[in-house]
Design a protein around this ligand. Structure first.
Ligand code: SAH
Ligand code: SF4
Ligand code: F3S
Length: 450
């Protein structure tokens, strides 16, 4: 019998990307084939995000398109996975008649069962959250490549008042250090050159006696030719031990994504972020002393309930002080079930947009300035392949995750570490010329693939 083909589309954060690979791992081991083409699929899964209303609206739009496909091919099974599955549960099946199954982030092991039932015409819902599920023993399905996401902990216990994640992902739990290290070893043997360790609060990782600094040190020790990144860090759990560990290990990237959300203490308190802006800035200073050259990126929300113009100015002020490499910037979106949902959403849409525009414009200017300071400097980059715009140029990333474009050279290819001299910079991209090849990715490494 021909294998059924599964197509999966992923929305939201990197945790969802990693989860989609877990889902494909589970289905692949149960005899399903994975397809990249929606038109070939017998099963279509959308791994969804609920973080802001516009994230959910996009999925509803996509369901509208898929309805047309299902009208033509009614035997297709259509499933909703991820955070929207958790948030909306049976409403999705009742309101959106096209949906056959709704499966939340902790129930993916049951997907084969749900899909079988759906082929038999039965609708299915699996949305229980778990205190222990980490998919520790599941080998995620990954194409060969240079970079892999590795989910090391799940859930969130912080309960920021604006955020749905604790409700859609449940309580915090960590994978075993041993299984993570084994996965990194396997990726190294397959020729991967970079991993990003993921968690909603990755630095609150805890496996028996091992904290996140221990995990980072263990992962960095697996293969010195592999770069290690991590995201997202919460200011509350950024320990000195963690900072010293980053400083000590060459292949741990000197970049920390440290969401600030707002520059106003009053708003931070209402958000339940658990730090003051003074504490946050002290942390940044300390990290800069311990890790020379460390860079930061952040997340910012504009227009949280009661935010005044002064609060907004305080956010701009923090941005000026820290000089982030980059920022993800959002308008506040009320989410049902959260604490902030009960506060009045009193900043008008117009004011939210205006403030967001100011935040974006300032960040663009800061990114430009930060990048200008790299002119005439040497950077080591991991080459990723042809640049987006032209085959005559290659592109790679620095330690701090900035894209560098440089002229193609026959002796340089994907997966090589090279040194470049930066000679031009915009707010988004650096341009450079090759100084030397530091470490070539050997073909034999690729052939080791398991
Ligand atoms: N765990 C991470 C980020 C989780 S979600 C952290 O704690 O920093 C990613 C970002 O989405 C958040 O940092 C926040 O800036 C934004 N976000 C979350 N809920 C939001 C909401 N209701 N409205 C607007 N932005 C939101
Ligand atoms: Fe959401 Fe806060 Fe948890 Fe981040 S720390 S996932 S913003 S509740
Ligand atoms: Fe979205 Fe869920 Fe991630 S709400 S941001 S997909 S944890």
């Amino acid at each position: 019998m021909q294998k059924s083909k599964v197509y999966i589309e992923t929305y939201g954060c990197q945790m969802n990307l990693a989860d989609s690979e877990v889902v494909m791992g589970i289905l692949n081991s149960q005899g399903y084939a994975i397809t990249q083409e929606v038109k070939d699929a017998d099963v279509i899964l959308l791994n969804t995000c609920s973080i802001r209303d516009n994230a959910e609206q996009r999925i509803y739009g996509r369901l509208g398109n898929l309805k047309a496909l299902k009208d033509k091919k009614p035997q297709i099974v259509l499933g909703i996975l991820g955070c929207m599955a958790e948030r909306l549960r049976k409403d999705l099946i009742e309101e959106k008649k096209v949906v056959d199954l709704v499966v939340g982030p902790d129930e993916y092991r049951r997907l084969p069962e749900f899909i079988d039932a759906a082929f038999g015409g039965e609708k299915g819902i699996g949305v229980k959250l778990s205190r222990s599920e980490t998919y520790d023993d599941i080998l995620p399905f990954r194409e060969d490549g240079l970079h892999a996401w590795i989910s090391v902990m799940r859930g969130c216990d912080k309960f920021c008042t604006f955020c749905v994640v604790p409700f859609t992902r449940g309580r915090e739990r960590s994978r075993s250090l041993e299984s993570i290290v084994n996965e990194v070893k396997m990726l190294g043997a397959r020729g991967f050159r970079e991993v990003t360790l993921l968690g909603q609060n990755v630095n609150s990782y805890l496996d028996e006696q091992n904290d996140f600094a221990d995990l980072l040190a263990a992962v960095a020790g697996v293969n010195k030719k592999m770069r290690v990144r991590f995201s997202t860090s919460h200011p509350q759990d950024l320990s000195n031990k963690l900072l010293y560990t980053i400083a000590k290990n060459e292949n741990l990237c000197n970049h920390i994504h440290l969401p600030v959300q707002s520059g106003s203490n009053r708003i931070l308190e209402l958000m339940n972020r658990t730090y003051s802006i003074e504490h946050y800035l002290t942390l940044i200073d300390k990290a800069r002393k311990i890790i020379p050259g460390v860079s930061f990126s952040t997340d910012i929300i504009s227009g949280f309930p009661t935010e005044t113009y002064e609060d907004h100015l305080a956010t701009l002020d923090v941005m000026q002080k820290v000089k982030y490499d980059g920022a993800y910037m959002f308008k506040y979106s009320p989410r049902e079930g959260t604490k902030a949902f009960k506060m009045e959403d009193d900043v008008t849409e117009e004011t939210k947009s205006k403030r967001l525009q100011e935040i974006i414009a300032l960040q663009q200017q800061i990114s430009f300035d930060v990048n200008q300071r790299l002119l005439e400097k040497k950077e080591i980059i991991l080459v990723e392949g042809a640049s987006k715009k032209s085959d005559d140029f290659l592109s790679g990333r620095t330690d701090s995750n900035k894209v560098v474009i440089f002229p193609r050279q026959a002796n340089i290819g994907e997966g090589d570490y090279i040194e470049v001299l930066i000679d031009r910079a915009t707010s988004a991209t650096l341009f450079g010329s090759v100084v030397s090849v530091i470490d070539k990715k050997e073909l034999s490494e690729i052939r080791l693939a398991v």
